[in-house]
Design a protein around this ligand. Structure first.
Ligand SMILES: [Fe+2]
Length: 697
């Protein structure tokens, strides 16, 4: 791509831009753009040198901007044209380079926040007729192939542009930057002001965790997932509510604090060499083995009755849930041969915990199913007795898939190998290359998604080879067995490009630039897959092996013996109005691994959840709670003691606002009708977090 020289006076292009054209469509979302529309100082100033737009910027969890090789349409997506003009340039590159641009504007509170930004060059150009941008404007060289592509682009723009603007509305998204900035901890318990009521039977701790500190000294984290773990505790007792929060005193937090800079790399941030070292020492430090973070900011997990904070590295931190103090640091590698484990284990009714973790060795990488016994044989134990009960070889040894969770029924573990790849060479060389770990993750939809089923009692991997078109899932809703099949419900996206979008600079944007960021993300929806087990596999080729009359999901046997799985949409059509749905939760204690009817989640009409949704997966209906300007966290279901009905309980969610004139609160809804029972307000600023749990006392 040639460089561009351009004079702009009063917003009007005065000189012809030298040829530099790149048109691209973002798979699935139908985002169209043209580099011409960037063609100003802006482009040259904002594109970071060497930025690889195909890399996924993820956290230990993971998500990206995808870019198929130019001109290579995925089979499932072959109806969409692709443009590869100008070598490897593409809109995704443009978007990526735009997205990582540091945003130095001050972000105002939402009530004051009306669009202050000039129209985005991309968006403002998209809806225009071609005549405003063609050769008459002097923006392009005459080129037949280019003309042809432009005409196709124009047609697609006409069809798709309205879809790229949020819900066809002109309104821009409110700024949420205050929800993604550093806050103070509240270590002393404070009382919350209750409005309405909290049920008398509801007694316990709502524990949540998420990032709460995003810089040390002059060093700043790049990605939302990088922030230091802040622990929140709402104590509910006899209708009253108190709140406290503390930063996890991880070794990472302490080392960063002591040196007032970022010492240990996180998912999207590479720790730079100590500036006090001389040039040679700084150079040589690039070859040192990188320290692994113990900033466990993703979820509370339970092993043998103790609560730990987990991320996806080999470290967990055991915590006292009353004081929120860390009591012990645990290293998985001291117990079993894994390099880490997910922050979403599953639990059997007897307390046995199952998890999954990768291992990387000279013979390649494996996905391992882990079992931790339910009880301690000694009070000082942590995860002693943990076992790897099954190892599944990665399809590609040096490029295993990233996964954030897995499914479990009464008898089976379901592992999903998705085309969100971890390039181990890139991870290993990240420090030398000066890149964050996230640079080693990429969405590669040229591969299909595969399901693996493991007998959790014997550790045997079942022979069925289940495939579907490429999708990415981060959170699984539930799974159960029925009529010889495993049924698994997931929150799915057709595009694995979300991780890079969650750079802090993007989340803190305002106005139409924020809309643009939101529009880059593929929508997330709940889907059901049916996996017929061994007994069904002798059917003839081409037959749907699913006997389940209540589900439209199919599992068709192919000539090569593989089973091609097509999903059933689990949502009512109008669920699309809520944007995406994520952070799924169920009545876990009574219905995990069993046939069920309801799940709860956050609606995402913004980059963070802006509603709470109850979905009836049997009748395909929904209920929604929403309050403008407020952003609820993952809903946690707490059953009424002794209840037998699935939705006989309450939903707890921490609802926060960037509006400094309003208070954050703990919300309690009746899970049956989704009506508010009460809220407990606290005059404390809180950032948007990840996950949590309720512990009855
Ligand atoms: Fe998660």
């Amino acid at each position: 791509m040639k460089s561009t020289k351009l004079n702009i006076k009063n917003g009007i292009f005065k000189k012809t831009i030298i040829p530099k054209v790149c048109l691209h469509q973002r798979k699935g979302d139908k985002h169209w753009g043209s580099e011409r529309s960037f063609g100003s100082r802006r482009l040259q100033a904002e594109r970071p040198a060497g930025k690889n737009p195909r890399s996924v910027e993820a956290a230990w969890a993971c998500h990206v901007i995808c870019a198929l090789p130019d001109g290579k349409a995925n089979a499932a997506d072959s109806s969409f044209p692709r443009f590869g003009l100008g070598g490897s340039s593409c809109l995704q590159k443009m978007m990526a380079s735009q997205l990582v641009k540091p945003d130095t504007r001050n972000c105002k509170r939402p009530r004051e926040l009306e669009p202050q930004m000039p129209d985005s060059p991309q968006l403002s150009s998209l809806g225009k007729s071609d005549s405003s941008l063609s050769e008459s404007s002097g923006l392009f060289y005459k080129d037949e192939a280019l003309e042809k592509d432009l005409n196709v682009l124009k047609k697609y723009m006409e069809k798709t542009h309205q879809k790229t603007v949020i819900f066809g509305q002109e309104k821009t998204l409110p700024c949420i930057a205050p929800l993604l900035t550093t806050v103070e901890e509240t270590p002393q318990v404070i009382s919350a002001g209750v409005q309405g009521h909290f049920p008398e039977w509801l007694s316990g701790y709502l524990l949540r965790v998420g990032p709460g500190k995003f810089e040390f000294g002059k060093d700043k984290y790049n990605h939302w997932f990088d922030g230091m773990a802040l622990l929140h505790q709402f104590k509910v007792e006899k209708g009253t509510v108190t709140y406290r929060s503390k930063f996890l005193q991880s070794d990472t937090y302490k080392a960063n604090s002591d040196r007032d800079r970022i010492v240990i790399s996180e998912f999207g941030t590479l720790a730079l060499p100590d500036p006090c070292k001389n040039v040679f020492e700084r150079f040589m430090s690039k070859f040192e083995k990188p320290a692994i973070t113990d900033n466990t900011n993703v979820n509370y997990v339970l092993y043998k009755g103790d609560y730990y904070l987990s991320t996806e590295t080999n470290f967990m931190n055991k915590v006292d849930i009353e004081t929120l103090e860390k009591t012990e640091k645990v290293n998985w590698t001291k117990f079993i041969a894994v390099n880490g484990a997910t922050a979403h284990p599953h639990y059997d009714p007897d307390g046995t915990t199952y998890n999954m973790g990768n291992s990387y060795g000279k013979h390649g990488s494996c996905y391992n199913v882990i079992r931790v016994p339910p009880e301690k044989s000694d009070p000082g134990e942590t995860i002693h007795g943990a076992q790897v009960i099954c190892s599944i070889a990665s399809e590609e040894g040096m490029r295993p898939s990233y996964y954030h969770s897995f499914g479990m029924t009464r008898n089976y573990i379901i592992f999903i190998e998705q085309p969100l790849k971890i390039n181990l060479w890139r991870i290993i060389s990240s420090k030398i290359r000066g890149k964050a770990f996230s640079d080693g993750i990429s969405w590669e939809p040229q591969y299909n998604t595969r399901f693996h089923v493991v007998d959790k009692h014997t550790g045997q991997l079942l022979p069925g080879m289940y495939f579907s078109k490429p999708f990415v899932t981060f959170h699984q809703i539930n799974a159960f067995e029925d009529q010889g099949c495993v049924v698994i419900d997931l929150c799915c996206q057709d595009d694995g490009g979300i991780l890079e979008v969650y750079q802090l600079q993007n989340l803190r944007k305002t106005g139409k630039e924020l809309d643009q960021v939101y529009n880059l993300i593929a929508r997330n929806s709940p889907r059901r897959f049916v996996l017929p087990l061994l007994g069904n596999l002798n059917a003839p080729e081409g037959e749907n092996l699913s006997p389940l009359t209540y589900s439209s999901a199919s599992a068709v046997k192919q000539a090569d013996g593989k089973i091609w799985c097509s999903y059933e949409n689990l949502y009512p059509e109008d669920l699309k109005e809520e944007g995406s749905i994520e952070f799924p939760q169920i009545n876990y204690g009574q219905f995990n691994g069993k046939k069920y009817q309801f799940f709860y989640g956050c609606g995402f009409r913004h980059l963070v959840g802006d509603s709470l949704i109850k979905v009836d997966v049997v009748n395909k209906t929904r209920r929604v709670w929403r309050e403008d300007g407020f952003y609820p966290s993952e809903p946690v279901f707490v059953p009424v003691p002794g209840a037998s009905k699935e939705d006989d309980g309450v939903i707890l969610s921490v609802v926060i606002t960037p509006n400094q004139n309003k208070k954050n609160f703990l919300l309690v809804l009746d899970a049956k009708n989704f009506e508010e029972l009460g809220r407990a307000e606290v005059p404390v600023q809180m950032p948007y977090g990840f996950h949590g749990t309720f512990v009855t006392i």
